[in-house]
Design a protein around this ligand. Structure first.
Ligand SMILES: [Zn+2]
Length: 397
């Protein structure tokens, strides 16, 4: 059955301007055509969305499905059964769909649960976004986020860890190049996995056509990760100009996760987040905005990711990340591209996702109003379609 989604505006992810009174024609799971809503064939089912904007389904490139935004989510996961953790993953997956997020990259899941979530969504067992899953993170012994993954020391152990994660079904890889906010005895700026260790992991991942994301805060850790050949720097809060220029030259992405620090500093105290989390959040809050502004100025490729699941930062908050990007100086069209086409490129899925173009998967989001004028319109979700199937709708006008 052919379907035509008609809306007052269409943002296709390629042009900064919307198509007025347009239609996206969908054939089964894929987009057939995008353009003005004229000459629709009579055996087409027309879905009239009215004064709405149709855009590509959003992509959040940094989530943790096992975490539920509580004060110390890692402590809860450590105490509970994996059945309960898996059920929380299902709840979190649904929150993404409701927010118009049709693809997520999970960059660290206890016991590799994100791989199972990815399979469950693929098999239609679970309603949720497509999941690109790193499985377990790879950290040095005692390194950042070891509880979301596994520890590995030395190039050979990291190489083997990457091979094992891919064997278990990981479709991307996450390495820890520096300390972070969680963990009592670490600082965000301290380097962790070495260049040699990460290089071995990157070599294995790239052989298998998987992208590598590196958690890195400080200039030294970011440069270690770049020297190892990773594809994206996650957080990157203490980025300097010289390193930003290197990232632009090498075409490496920054995923600035600005919304997580805003959420944690705003809601951390009332949630009862422990002092060590609150202190370190304050240290990176403004730095992360500065890093994003610098990336914009220098022209570093940027992809949007929220780090949702962290304290006070629930799943489905990509619209807030994009709003903060606009607040920090991006145009709404830029912010939308960071959460769609650029994110698809970072994931290596730009031939399938990220824009509204013939032949791509029919992942669509319709919102009330015009997010190219007011990015806040992304909260007015009317309809979400993933692979040609309606997965969420609110009362339509
Ligand atoms: Zn994270």
């Amino acid at each position: 059955m052919t379907k035509a989604y008609k809306a007052a505006r269409i943002f296709d992810g390629k042009s900064a301007r919307a198509i007025e009174d347009g239609a996206v024609i969908v054939e089964e799971a894929r987009i057939d055509s995008v353009g003005p809503a004229t000459d629709l064939s009579p055996n087409t089912e027309v879905i009239e969305l009215g004064d709405a904007t149709l855009l590509p389904g959003l992509i959040d490139t940094h989530v943790h499905l096992v975490w539920g935004a509580s004060a110390e989510p890692h402590e809860i996961v450590a105490r509970e059964s994996r059945t309960l953790t898996a059920l929380r993953c299902a709840q979190n997956a649904a929150l993404h769909l409701e927010a118009g997020v049709t693809t997520v990259r999970d960059v660290g899941a206890t016991d590799g649960l994100s791989v199972d979530v990815a399979h469950a969504v693929e098999q239609g067992v679970l309603p949720g976004p497509r999941v690109v899953a790193a499985g377990r993170v790879i950290a040095m012994t005692g390194g950042h986020g070891w509880f979301l993954g596994r520890e590995a020391d030395g190039a050979n152990e990291v190489r083997k860890a990457v091979r094992e994660e891919m064997k278990a079904g990981a479709t991307c890889i996450k390495v820890m190049a520096s300390g972070g906010i969680y963990g009592h005895a670490e600082e965000p700026g301290s380097p962790q996995l070495t260049v040699e260790e990460m290089r071995a992991g990157v070599e294995e991942a790239h052989k298998a056509n998987r992208k590598v994301a590196a958690h890195a805060y400080s200039v030294i850790a970011i440069n270690n990760a770049l020297a190892a050949g990773v594809d994206s720097i996650e957080h990157g809060s203490f980025l300097d100009r010289q390193t930003a220029e290197r990232m632009r030259e090498e075409g490496k992405y920054l995923v600035p996760t600005v919304s997580v620090y805003a959420a944690m500093s705003e809601k951390g105290p009332e949630l009862g987040a422990p002092d060590y989390i609150q202190r370190k959040t304050a240290e990176v809050l403004e730095a992360s905005r500065e890093a994003f502004r610098l990336a914009l100025e220098v022209g570093v490729p940027v992809a949007a990711g929220t780090d949702c699941g962290a304290p006070g930062h629930p799943h489905g908050t990509l619209p807030e990340e994009l709003r903060l990007m606009v607040e920090a100086g991006a145009s709404p069209a830029q912010a939308l591209s960071f959460g769609t086409v650029a994110a698809a490129e970072l994931l290596g899925l730009d031939n399938e996702l990220g824009t509204l173009e013939p032949g791509k998967k029919a992942d669509l989001l319709a919102v009330g109003g015009d997010p190219l004028k007011d990015i806040g319109a992304l909260r007015e979700v009317r309809l979400v379609v993933r692979g040609g199937i309606e997965v969420h709708s609110s009362d339509r006008a």
